[in-house]
Design a protein around this ligand. Structure first.
Ligand code: ADP
Ligand code: MG
Length: 450
């Protein structure tokens, strides 16, 4: 295995262990820069990535490298000058030796936010999703006039984003003049918040009013965001009245989204609602086969059956398991038998539920803000301590649902009203402060990792 192949093999496995967003953020533009017998130097694009890989992913990276090549004893990270080279690679000046792992985010159309990999052609239909698929197909043939809005709901990893994006891509193909916009709800929300802050709401709204097809993913995140809901309501009406197509998704039906304004709820319910339930065994096998075929590899029937039997509730995980085997096949150049497959998938298939506890939350928060746990727990009123303390309290409440008095106790016997104040404050600040939100997400992620 040369360095490039080695690194691709590592990336393939890392991809299974972390979220796609994190993967794209921290592993984009990385490569093995230098390989001596026992030492591997990984080149990263900037100091931020360096720090993250060193602090957060080093163990994982080392473990995988070592499992691929036992001689490797040391891994270092260096800021490289390779961002340009990667660009050249992407423009196909130098066809890489082996297929560069995909970073889907990079291929996304900047105007529409659509990712061309999501199409109807590669969307497998079964009893569990056929209604949603049929409605989506109808919408893309005749946007604005059949089902408006189309509201697709279903659990995580079951194809909502794929289907929504497929609608966008299909409309772009059929109606090249139409202005299409796909947005995760959170992006839409932060757009509104920024425009409010900049006194620019009218401009923001008029931009949206010029759209022919508005696709918003994961609208359950509108919960409790009153101002965003209000602006969204106006945009919705303006589009709807002019027969512009609106497509929405959520992990649950509108009536199960808490703190959603009644008028918005009834709008959401006013068109077509289609759910995606769990795929049956046959469809799971069909999906595995189709995905393997896409990659030009095939496995034995018993392997497909094994994966499909073990993973039932999430198509993303189904794909993840398959990718693991594909990586094995590619790098060992050998088709795994059932025993090998079972071994390779052991980790995914018997993954213990992620758990955490109050001690860990406090510890991780302190570490994140470079404070001592003691400082967090004592009653210092220094600004550098007060905010982290509030964040820790907020996380205890949000993640573990601890009672306010209990939280107070953990922080040197503070009154429960102090805790309530802290939680409310952070909750409010997150709405307007993207940085804080990101910080909390990062802490939350660390808290939930081993
Ligand atoms: P959700 O948005 O519901 O969480 P996604 O649309 O992101 O789920 O789907 C997760 C993964 O599974 C994606 O890679 C997607 O391409 C794939 N997938 C989901 N449903 C299907 C399907 N019916 N056919 C083929 N691939 C699917
Ligand atoms: Mg999704």
């Amino acid at each position: 295995m040369n360095s490039e192949e080695l690194w691709q093999a590592v990336l393939a496995q890392i991809q299974l262990n972390i979220s796609p967003a994190n993967f794209a953020t921290w592993f984009k533009d990385t490569k093995i820069d230098n390989r001596e017998k026992e030492k591997v130097v990984i080149s990263v694009p900037n100091s931020f990535a360096k720090e993250w890989l060193e602090n957060k992913y080093h163990k994982l990276i080392f473990k995988i490298l070592h499992s691929l090549d036992e001689e490797i004893k040391e891994v270092k990270y260096e800021i490289g000058k390779n961002s340009l080279k990667v660009k050249e690679k992407n423009s196909n000046c130098f066809p890489p030796l082996i297929e560069q792992l995909e970073f889907p985010e990079l291929k996304v159309d900047r105007e529409t936010n659509l990712n061309p990999r999501y199409t109807f052609e590669n969307f497998i239909v079964g009893p569990f999703n056929e209604l949603a698929q049929a409605a989506a197909w109808a919408v893309s043939k005749n946007p604005g006039f059949v089902y408006n809005p189309l509201f697709v709901y279903g659990g995580v990893g079951l194809g909502k984003t794929h289907l929504l994006q497929a609608i966008g891509n299909e409309i772009a193909k059929n109606f090249p003049k139409k202005k299409i916009k796909y947005l995760p709800c959170e992006k839409f929300t932060s757009g509104i918040i920024t425009s409010i802050r900049n006194h620019d709401v009218e401009n923001f709204k008029s931009k949206y009013q010029a759209i022919d097809v508005l696709i918003i993913d994961d609208v359950q995140f509108l919960t409790g965001k009153e101002k965003t809901q209000e602006e969204f309501f106006h945009i919705f009406n303006s589009l709807y009245e002019r027969n512009k197509q609106i497509v929405l998704s959520s992990d649950r039906p509108p009536k199960a989204i808490p703190a959603l304004a009644e008028r918005l709820r009834s709008r959401f319910e006013g068109g077509m609602m289609a759910d995606i339930s769990l795929p049956d065994f046959e469809t799971r096998v069909a999906i595995l086969k189709a995905k393997a075929q896409e990659k030009g590899i095939s496995f034995s029937e018993e392997i497909y059956s094994y994966i499909a039997k073990e993973i039932q509730k999430n198509i993303r995980e189904l794909e993840g398991a398959l990718n693991q085997l594909v990586a094995f096949q590619k790098f060992k150049n050998q088709t795994p038998d059932l025993e090998t497959a079972k071994n390779l998938l052991k980790k995914i298939i018997t993954q213990p539920p992620k758990i955490t506890n109050p001690k860990k939350i406090i510890q991780v928060t302190a570490e994140f803000y470079d404070l001592k746990e003691r400082e967090l727990k004592e009653s210092s009123r220094k600004k550098e301590v007060v905010k982290p303390r509030q964040v820790a309290m907020y996380l205890l409440r949000e993640v573990l649902k601890c009672s306010y008095p209990y939280i107070g106790q953990r922080f040197g016997g503070k009154d429960h009203t102090t805790v309530i104040h802290a939680c409310e404050k952070i909750k409010k600040e997150i709405e307007n402060d993207e940085n804080l939100k990101e910080e909390i997400n990062l802490i939350r992620e660390r808290v939930m990792s081993d």
